[in-house]
Design a protein around this ligand. Structure first.
Ligand code: PHE
Length: 346
């Protein structure tokens, strides 16, 4: 019997299991009422008095090591998998936390979706640009204040006093992408350029040094201001709802003439006046105009034959209006509590 017990101690210590079922077999085999160790305790009654002490000690040792082994195997399995799940198949499964799209991406995708439905392509270009594509080809005068160090981040500037077409800078708008498209494609051109832009602004709730734009460009023969207005009305109604109205106010941009700023009727108060629209009933969403002939000519497009319109909007601004987020900094802080709220959007 002593030999049998010592063999069993070795057997128990070498035992290994792969899953909860194996562990249960181990328990049944050694530790249950009908298991080997119980049987040995039964047999122990018949052991002669002279052997009782030694056999008893060994038997207790076997039982102890089987119990310890059981606990070790169980905790190893728990590390590997949750065995309680295996024992109760009706338990609800552990749910995985899902991510969400960033609100800027949601709104950018929606804008792209609307314009691609009416035949616009998507163009992209470099964020680090030269002065020529960001300013000069877009009819900015050499001394235009937008070129100022206070507004533009320069990567390298040839002269500290004068701007030069070779100056390298972070693009301040994605109109630079449209210059590249005009230089490389023949009309008809119908494209939008979404992307990140940079301006030397102090960061606050209402301004940021990085933000996102979608700019659009349409060039063909006989493109008119009426085409621009109708395209923007279509966009506003797709974006903010069928009842939305737009209004155009005269404005100025060096690269368009005439130029306008576009407001949409406030969705929150339906034009009656509220805090969001500052009691005007209107919200400004974009700038636009007819492409200036100087811009067409500088990109080798015949301004006597072709006309075009352009528009540009800030994605943060549209996202603010859509989701009522009134602090721009939230878009860049990646706070999970903020981002989590966009899980149901797509
Ligand atoms: N580029 C302008 C801006 O960044 C927006 C704009 C684009 C205005 C096209 C008119 C036409 O503010």
């Amino acid at each position: 019997m002593l030999q049998k017990i010592s063999d069993l101690i070795k057997e128990v210590s070498a035992y290994s299991v792969n899953n909860g079922e194996d562990l249960e077999l181990f328990r049944l085999k050694y530790l249950s009422k009908k298991g080997i160790i119980s049987d040995l305790f039964e047999d122990f009654r018949n052991v002669s008095v002279s052997e009782k002490k030694e056999v008893g000690q060994n038997l207790n040792q076997l039982k102890q090591s089987a119990l310890e082994k059981y606990n070790i195997l169980k905790s190893e399995l728990l590390d590997k998998e949750d065995i309680s799940d295996i024992q109760d198949l009706t338990r609800p499964s552990v749910s995985f936390g899902s991510g969400s799209r960033h609100p800027i991406s949601i709104v950018r995708n929606e804008i792209i979706d609307i314009f691609t439905r009416i035949g616009f392509t998507v163009s992209e270009g470099p964020e680090i640009e030269d002065d020529d594509h960001v300013f000069t080809k877009l009819n900015f005068a050499p001394e235009h204040p937008a070129r100022d160090m206070q507004d533009t981040f320069y990567v390298s500037r040839i002269s500290s006093e004068d701007s030069s077409p070779e100056d390298i800078l972070l693009r301040t708008h994605t109109s630079s992408v449209q210059v590249r498209v005009m230089q490389n494609q023949k009309p008809p051109i119908r494209t939008i350029s979404p992307g990140r832009v940079f301006r030397n602004e102090a960061i606050s709730a209402r301004a940021h040094c990085i933000f996102h734009q979608v700019e659009g460009l349409y060039i063909d023969e006989n493109v008119s201001f009426a085409d621009l207005k109708q395209t923007l009305l279509f966009f506003a109604r797709e974006m903010f709802g069928k009842e939305t109205e737009i209004r155009l106010r005269p404005s100025y941009f060096p690269f368009t003439e005439p130029s306008a700023e576009v407001d949409v009727s406030c969705k929150i108060c339906n034009g009656k006046g509220c805090n969001v629209c500052k009691h005007t009933g209107w919200l400004e969403i974009l700038g636009c105009g007819m492409v200036h002939p100087n811009v067409l000519d500088s990109c080798n497009i015949d301004s006597n034959k072709y006309t075009g319109f352009a528009f540009g909007m800030g994605i943060e601004r549209l996202t603010m209006l859509k989701y009522q987020v009134n602090d721009l900094r939230l878009y860049f802080e990646n706070d999970i509590r903020f981002l989590d709220q966009f899980k149901t959007a797509f």
